[in-house]
Design a protein around this ligand. Structure first.
Ligand SMILES: Cc1cc2nc3c(=O)[nH]c(=O)nc-3n(C[C@H](O)[C@H](O)[C@H](O)COP(=O)(O)O)c2cc1C
Length: 177
C-alpha cells in the first residue's frame, strides 16, 4: 500500500510531523511518503488562472497515484491549521478528470498542546474532506493530547492505536479493489 502523508504544520520541530514519522515507522509493510506543503502558495484565483503552481500539481499527482492519504493536523484555535486548509483548497481546484481527493481513502491523526488532542481540528477537516467526496476512515481516531509530554517518548498504546488505524486503512483500500 502506498500512502502519502501530509503534516499540517510547517515548522521543523513539528510534533505532527513527528507523529507522521511514527506512522511511517509503524507501517513496516507499507510505503509511507511524507510530503511537505511548505512550497504551496496562498490560494489566489489570479495565480490559478495563470496555471496550477508546480507544488500543487506535484502534490495532486502524488495523491492520485497513492492508495491512501494520511493527514496529521495540529489544532489552531479549535480548527485545523490555515496552511493545511489552504493546501486542500488548492487540491480541490485540480482540473484533471480524476480528482486527487474525490473517492480517496483518507485517514486523520493529530496532536495538540491542549486536552482535545485535535478533536475539533479533525472534525472540521473531516467535514471538508467528506464533502469533497473523500472516503474517510473514521475509526479508530488518533488524538494525541498534551503533546509536549506525550510526544517526547510515544507510548506503546499510541503505537498500537496507529497500527490498528493502518489496518483499517488497508481494509478500506482493499474494498476499493
Ligand atoms: C495559533 C495557534 C493556535 C493554537 N490553538 C490551539 C487550540 O485551539 N487547541 C490546542 O490544543 N492547542 C492549540 N495550539 C497549540 C498547538 O496545538 C501546539 O503548538 C502544537 O504542537 C502545534 O503543532 P506542531 O507541533 O505540529 O507544530 C495553538 C497554537 C497556535 C500557534
Amino acid at each position: 500500500m502506498k500512502i502519502i502523508a501530509i503534516s499540517g504544520s510547517l515548522r521543523k520541530a513539528s510534533l505532527n510531523t513527528k507523529l507522521l514519522e511514527l506512522v511511517k515507522a509503524q507501517a513496516t509493510a507499507h510505503d509511507v511518503e511524507i510530503v511537505s506543503i511548505t512550497d504551496i502558495p496562498l490560494y489566489n484565483s489570479d495565480v490559478e488562472e495563470r496555471g496550477m503552481p508546480e507544488s500543487v500539481s506535484s502534490l495532486s499527482d502524488k495523491i492520485r497515484a497513492a492508495d491512501a492519504l494520511y493527514i496529521a493536523t495540529p489544532e489552531y484555535n479549535y480548527s485545523t491549521s490555515g496552511v493545511l486548509k489552504n493546501a486542500i483548497d488548492w487540491l480541490s481546484r485540480d482540473r484533471e478528470p480524476s480528482k486527487p481527493l474525490g473517492g480517496k481513502v483518507i485517514a486523520l491523526a493529530g496532536t495538540s498542546a491542549g486536552m482535545s488532542g485535535t478533536s475539533n481540528a479533525q472534525t472540521h477537516l473531516r467535514h471538508t474532506l467528506a464533502l469533497l467526496g473523500a472516503d474517510m476512515v473514521t475509526n479508530p481516531q488518533v488524538l494525541v493530547a498534551a503533546n509536549y509530554e506525550a510526544m517526547v517518548e510515544p507510548s506503546d498504546m499510541l503505537k498500537d492505536l496507529i497500527g490498528n488505524q493502518l489496518a483499517a486503512i488497508e481494509r478500506r483500500v482493499k474494498m476499493h479493489g
